[in-house]
Design a protein around this ligand. Structure first.
Ligand SMILES: Cc1cc2nc3c(=O)[nH]c(=O)nc-3n(C[C@H](O)[C@H](O)[C@H](O)COP(=O)(O)O)c2cc1C
Ligand code: SF4
Ligand code: SF4
Length: 452
């Protein structure tokens, strides 16, 4: 039986409903196409756990997978900060998958079932599989133009997603026969994701999903001298995902959500979503729905409860009644570098009561920043001291300090009138003059060193 999305009794209910290009789901949390959406049994258990939608493991001509096929990137003992895979699309027959999709939709009519597709670049092949997907009652289609390994060697996946004209053409073919919304899933393995996003929009895509996995070699098992994941003494380039890719995914998301040609397209955001904070960030930067793969593989379907509890608590505390209100709220903050205020200045301030005298801030500033933190010297100076005139406010010391809120970046420009680089160049007449008018020109770092 489907779990209803809870709103915690006495508290103000939250409207979790999400409409992504016409694909309605009871909440924004979808499982991304991958191992967690391989079978009906899995997808139904996921819906019971609380997921609002699932993008089925990509359908196409069934393939043969290798063993082994996953590799993990651990950071200081934290497991799976990144996950790499050389798995292909579904290895199960199309007819079985379609039968299971029909059955799942019948039992869970309110949940979103999206069919991910990848077939050879022939109009008839696309027409055929799209019609079959519509016939089984799926809520939407996601075109997998992103798989970076294996399938692209066969002219599918990223091979399509890296060429705007192909992406546009195939989207058009799909739209010729699709009776349900079509999302195009984009590969990050391009120099500028906007070209393919625009091509998909031109081809008639109702929405976009991003990102698929990033090309990677995950590492080497040095004991066995085997590149990972190892397949009988060999390995291959795989797709990288998990927490480590989130900043890249957010960058690509905002490229698409701020581009005039695609900014109105509904987006299903993907890439490293693990906590409710990650989910919130994707929403604030323009996602309509959210897809999760690695975190569900790592922690199981029940992680959706944490996502919902955390996001719900934050929304109540901050006065939001619906997920829709969050969408794209902060994407306007992102602009070209030349539009940033050069007169805004912060400096590092250290709380002596919190400081544990480790000197990490001094070392970082001395070797990696601007040499403006005097170190702790027992009996001489018990807390590091920041030279606020020389501090450029780079943040490094606050990032390395092991004590939370011990170093606070504090605004010191007194709300001075803003001036951007573009404005300064226009005012002073040239880049050189704009530099000469900047604080760096006056600081000790702005002069040629002479031997004394
Ligand atoms: C083992 C594995 C298999 C995947 N298979 C597919 C697939 O068949 N189709 C697809 O569109 N994406 C596939 N993906 C990519 C995910 O859908 C998702 O785009 C990517 O993992 C990023 O999300 P994450 O950081 O939450 O994992 C796969 C990912 C993994 C880890
Ligand atoms: S903010 Fe940067 S420049 Fe300023 S004290 Fe910290 S590390 Fe040094
Ligand atoms: S890194 Fe933080 S705790 Fe360590 S000396 Fe600097 S301010 Fe104190």
């Amino acid at each position: 039986m489907a779990t209803t999305w809870k709103s915690n009794g006495h508290e103000k209910p939250i409207d979790w409903t999400t409409n992504t290009a016409g694909i309605v789901s009871p909440n924004p949390f979808w499982l991304a196409s991958g191992p967690p959406t391989n079978t009906a049994d899995q997808v139904m258990r996921a819906f019971d756990a609380g997921w609002g939608g699932a993008v089925w493991k990509t359908l196409g001509e069934p393939i043969v997978n290798v063993s082994s096929r996953l590799g993990g990137h651990d950071v200081s003992g934290l497991r799976l900060m990144g996950l790499n895979n050389i798995e292909l699309i579904t290895d199960r027959p199309l007819a079985i998958n379609l039968r299971e999709i029909r059955e799942t939709k019948k039992r869970y009519p309110k949940h979103a079932v999206i069919v991910s597709l990848m077939v050879e670049s022939k109009r008839e092949a696309w027409h055929d599989i799209v019609k079959q997907s519509c016939d089984v009652g799926a809520d939407g289609i996601e075109l997998n133009f992103g798989c970076p390994h294996g399938m692209s060697e066969r002219g599918m996946g990223a091979a399509v997603g890296q060429v705007p004209d192909y992406a546009c053409q195939i989207t058009e073919w799909v739209k010729e026969v699709a009776t349900i919304p079509v999302l195009v899933k984009l590969t990050p393995n391009v120099s500028d994701i906007r070209y393919v996003a625009r091509a998909a929009a031109k081809g008639g895509a109702d929405g976009l999903s991003l990102i698929n996995t990033i090309n990677s070699i995950i590492g080497i098992d040095l004991d066995r001298m085997q590149v990972l994941p190892g397949v009988d003494g060999r390995s291959s380039h795989g797709g990288y995902c998990g927490p480590a890719v989130k900043p890249i995914a957010l960058h690509l998301l905002t490229q698409v959500t701020t581009d005039p040609e695609t900014r109105d397209k509904p987006i299903s955001g993907i890439g490293g979503i693990t906590t409710w904070k990650d989910a919130l960030e994707f929403l604030l930067l323009g996602s309509t729905s959210l897809q999760v793969c690695t975190a569900a593989m790592h922690y199981g379907y029940r992680i959706v409860e944490d996502l919902q509890d955390g996001l719900g608590a934050w929304m109540r505390a901050n006065g939001y009644a619906s997920v829709a209100e969050l969408r794209g709220k902060l994407k306007g903050q992102i602009t070209d570098w030349g539009n940033l205020n050069l007169n805004y200045k912060v400096v590092a301030r250290i709380d002596p009561d919190k400081c544990i005298h480790c000197n990490l801030c001094h070392i970082a500033c001395e070797d990696g920043a601007h040499q403006c933190i005097e170190p702790v010297i027992p009996g001489v100076r018990e807390t590091p001291e920041v030279d606020e005139v020389e501090c450029v406010g780079c943040n490094l010391c606050s990032l390395v300090c092991p004590v939370e809120n011990c170093i606070t970046m504090t605004r010191v420009d007194g709300g001075a009138a803003g001036e951007t680089w573009k404005e300064r160049v226009a005012r002073t007449g040239s880049s050189a003059a704009a530099w000469a008018a900047s604080p760096i020109a006056q600081s000790r770092h702005g002069h040629v060193m002479t031997k004394e």
